[in-house]
Design a protein around this ligand. Structure first.
Ligand SMILES: C[S@@+](CC[C@H](N)C(=O)[O-])C[C@H]1O[C@@H](n2cnc3c(N)ncnc32)[C@H](O)[C@@H]1O
Length: 362
């Protein structure tokens, strides 16, 4: 078995955190806002309570939390976690509801005092943090932060209402397990009278790079360099340590031949399945976002800027591979990127797929 098949941990996050990288992340937030049209998924926002506690994992510049804080009650508590504080805004300029802290979401042992304490956990754009093409560590650690399901508090309602509720529930339980077992409306009514209240929500928004395409939008444009970009990007990521040949059992023959590429991001399109198959979560919503022409140029610029962010990082990885190899990778990426930027100016768009998933802790 060759070296390429040994899963290796990634010791360093491959994107930079300098001024350019910071600006790119702000641009990316604008992109997500346009694509989603919300910060919190509607299934979550309709359940906001005055003292809601929200965690944002891999928060970066914390803009998602900062923007959200403006729509939330003053008693809400919003905490951004990241492995690095390099992109955190100045602590003294944060709104009173927002706090930013260091946390490694891949850790085997999260701090005990955080477990079960959040009503909402938000994860966004961690495709380069997920290890070995398997998001389950981040999924289960995020779930561990969520509040547990608990018994509903019926103490404030009168005895007659309580009895009515229980009889209704018994009746619905009978209906649910018999003839109309799969009827959504009965499931919904049953949930309303269920004495157990589910726990907190997990929202995960992610990019699927495996769906990368370069589109020629103008008769004056060609996409020779743009279509080579992903290849160079992958060579670089390999050099960084993304060397896992993890392939899902369901992968087709063609997908297997692209094992390395898929190992990075094949999981994204299966994120709803990961939510559904987790014993800790009930999938509430999970979808690929529809194509969007409005944000096409923004997405293209953001992708090109992300590739530019890889370049300075290459030097830091020289020690991991033959120096000649890394220099070649950098040169090839730099040359192709330069031409791709020109192609984009003439009418080439770069696009990927984008997913969002919401689950509730059971
Ligand atoms: C592409 S940025 C996304 C930032 C933010 N979620 C957003 O959507 O703008 C990925 C972030 O994950 C952070 N990160 C990398 N490894 C991490 C880890 N093991 N635990 C927590 N955060 C991590 C990086 O520092 C970076 O801020």
């Amino acid at each position: 078995m060759g070296d390429m098949q040994q899963p290796k941990p990634i010791s360093e996050y491959p994107l930079g955190r300098d001024l350019h990288a910071s600006a790119r992340l702000y641009l990316q937030h604008l992109f997500w806002n346009i694509r989603l049209g919300y910060l919190l998924h509607p299934a979550i926002s309709r359940n906001v309570t005055p003292q809601i506690r929200i965690a944002d994992i891999g928060t970066g510049n914390a803009l998602w939390l900062l923007e959200l804080s403006r729509d939330l009650p003053s008693d809400a508590q919003l905490v951004g976690y990241d492995i690095s504080s390099a992109q955190f805004p100045n602590e003294e300029s944060l709104p009173p509801q927002v706090r930013l802290e260091l946390l490694d979401i891949l850790s085997d042992e999260l701090p005990k005092e955080l477990l079960g304490t959040f009503d909402v956990v938000h994860v966004r754009a961690l495709v380069l943090v997920v290890q070995a093409g398997d998001p389950r560590t981040i999924l289960s650690n995020s779930c561990a932060l969520l509040s547990m399901s608990r018994k509903r508090d019926f103490s404030s309602i009168t005895r007659s209402h309580r009895e009515l509720g229980f009889s209704l529930q018994n009746g619905l339980e009978y209906l649910c397990v018999s003839t109309v077992r799969y009827s959504l409306i009965f499931r919904f009514l049953y949930r309303l009278t269920d004495p157990t209240e589910p726990g907190g929500y997990l929202q995960w928004d992610e990019a699927d790079m495996s769906a990368f395409q370069s589109l020629v939008l103008s008769s004056k444009a060609t996409n020779a360099a743009s279509s080579r970009l992903v290849q160079h990007e992958l060579q670089y990521l390999r050099a960084c340590g993304f060397q896992n040949e993890y392939v899902l059992p369901s992968a087709t023959k063609k997908q297997r031949s692209l094992a390395f590429y898929l190992s990075l991001c094949f999981w994204v399109k299966h994120l709803p399945d990961y939510f559904s198959s987790s014993s800790e979560l009930e999938l509430i919503a999970g979808s690929r976002l529809p194509k969007c022409n409005v944000s096409q140029k923004l997405e293209t610029d953001n992708h090109l800027m992300a590739l530019e962010d890889f370049l300075p990082g290459i030097a830091a990885h020289v020690a991991r591979v033959e120096e000649r190899e890394i220099v070649d990778i950098r040169d090839a990426l730099e040359t192709t990127l330069k031409s791709a930027i020109e192609e984009a100016g003439k009418g080439v768009a770069l696009q990927m797929d984008w997913y969002t998933c919401v689950g509730r802790k059971v």
